[in-house]
Design a protein around this ligand. Structure first.
Ligand SMILES: O=C(O)C1=C[C@@H](OP(=O)(O)O)[C@@H](O)[C@H](O)C1
Ligand SMILES: C=C(OP(=O)(O)O)C(=O)O
Length: 424
């Protein structure tokens, strides 16, 4: 296997007993950054995520004029009238490429968007079509990145119908800034599947927390009223999707892992681990505000539709590859448009280690198999890299390519992982 990136020898472990404090949620941080940019007063973000995706969002907003000041772990965001021209690097961040273009429609001038080579392959047509339907001029040769938004400083808003079957982020990006459209927005999804519904609920809830009237009209239609967006202080919850690899570690290695500050109420889909992991044999309990997962090293297969939380799939697939009975993970066709085609990537890499995975049109079928060590490619995908680390806990000799790609949402992954393995 050739790769320009180094390979990380994934450590094997047994009988864990660790407490892991996780950094802030990517999805909450990048929503609060956008809302802070259109607020009528400054916002103090308490413990936001600091990672590649959030730095890209900060840089994007800064280039539209927004002020940022770090105060220790917290970030003070000072809104101003948005202005172009600007060049926005989306990296590989779905939240930047789908949330910032609708926001940029409120600026004045030409705003050029581009990103990593992998970003140019991610679906963007719905964002571009939405902006055009809202009367915002967009130049694009490919209906993907790169493209330029020619912004006039105001958006009328009104009624809009879109196809968000490739990503819920098309919906969230529009709803997040719709309070600043002259008539607000009534948005309807007219495509087939609509993935990641909890992420849309997260968007509505973040708007309501800032005094905006935002609500669902049906499962596929939403309304945001025009009005002021408040600032104030926003505490960012830990990233529950990024908790996944650590919770899975307790199941694979055996022992227990506790994640403190697990919110009792949240819109994060990572909270679903509390429901899903017991189906695969874990004991899960909430103890003094921490989520504690205990495992025996024996993992049961699972049959699950993960359409509500596709970003959880790499963790579930890694566990299933170590399971003692077959698994089917369905409802996740849209994962082919994530950081990489995750269905192909997961099946290729698990099978390279001796696994038995078949790609389905909308998911994966995973049979029990005797795995062996070998190289695990990560495709610039943070969740592919952490999936390799999970399998490597049990299978000696797994070498994860480009573990540094975890910096997309968790630059401290290796440090936290190694500390988790030491603390027993
Ligand atoms: O809005 C968000 O913060 C996200 C929505 C989801 O996107 P998709 O609906 O494209 O899966 C999720 O997978 C992604 O990690 C974050
Ligand atoms: C799909 C993901 O990211 P993005 O926000 O780039 O879409 C993810 O983090 O699993």
């Amino acid at each position: 296997m050739t790769s320009s990136h180094p390979f990380w020898p994934a450590p094997v472990a047994q009988a864990l007993d660790a407490v892991v404090n996780l950094p802030g949620s990517k999805s909450l941080t990048n929503r609060e950054l956008v809302l802070s940019a259109i607020a009528s007063e400054p916002t103090l973000l308490v413990a936001p995520l600091r990672s590649r995706d959030s730095e890209l969002m900060i840089q994007a907003l800064r280039s539209l004029g927004i002020g940022f000041e770090w105060q220790g772990e917290n970030l003070l965001v000072t809104p101003v009238e948005l202005s172009g021209p600007a060049t926005i690097d989306c990296g590989l961040a779905g939240t930047v490429m789908r949330f910032v273009p609708p926001l940029s429609g409120l600026a004045k001038g030409d705003i050029f968007f581009d990103g990593d080579a992998g970003a140019r392959r991610r679906p963007m047509h719905t964002t571009i079509e939405s902006l055009r339907a809202l009367g915002i001029e967009v130049s694009s040769e490919t209906m993907g990145l790169p493209f330029t938004v020619h912004a006039s400083g105001s958006v009328a808003g009104g009624d809009l119908e879109i196809d968000a079957s490739a990503s819920s982020q098309f919906v969230s990006g529009l709803l997040l800034v719709a309070a600043k459209f002259e008539s607000g927005l009534t948005l309807t999804h007219s495509g087939q599947e609509l993935p990641s519904l909890p992420h849309i609920e997260m968007t509505l809830e973040a708007l309501r927390q800032r005094g905006v009237r935002a609500f669902a009209l049906s499962e596929r239609s939403w309304r945001v009223e025009p009005g002021a967006v408040s600032g104030g202080t926003k505490v960012i919850e830990p990233d529950l999707s990024n908790a996944g690899p650590f919770l899975a570690a307790a199941m694979v290695a055996g022992g227990r892992v506790a994640i403190p500050n697990w919110p009792s109420e949240t819109t994060q889909v990572g909270a679903e681990f509390e429901r899903i992991l017991p189906m695969m044999g874990a004991r899960v309990q909430n103890s003094s505000g921490a989520l504690v997962v205990e495992g025996s090293g024996i993992i049961r297969g699972i049959d699950i539709d993960l359409s509500i939380g596709g970003e959880l799939a790499p963790v579930i697939a890694a566990l299933a590859a170590l399971g003692d009975s077959p698994s089917r993970i369905t409802g996740i066709a849209h994962l082919r448009g994530h950081e990489t085609d995750r269905l192909t990537a997961l099946s290729t890499e698990i099978n390279r280690l001796g696994g038995s995975v078949t790609e389905l049109a909308d998911g994966l079928a995973i049979e029990p198999a005797e795995l062996h060590g070998g190289q695990w490619l990560s495709y610039e995908d943070h969740r592919m890299a952490t999936a390799g680390a999970i399998i490597g806990l049990k299978i000696p000799g797994v070498q994860v390519e480009n573990i540094a790609t975890t910096a997309k949402t968790m630059p401290e992954f290796v440090t936290l992982w190694e500390k988790m393995l030491e603390s027993k």
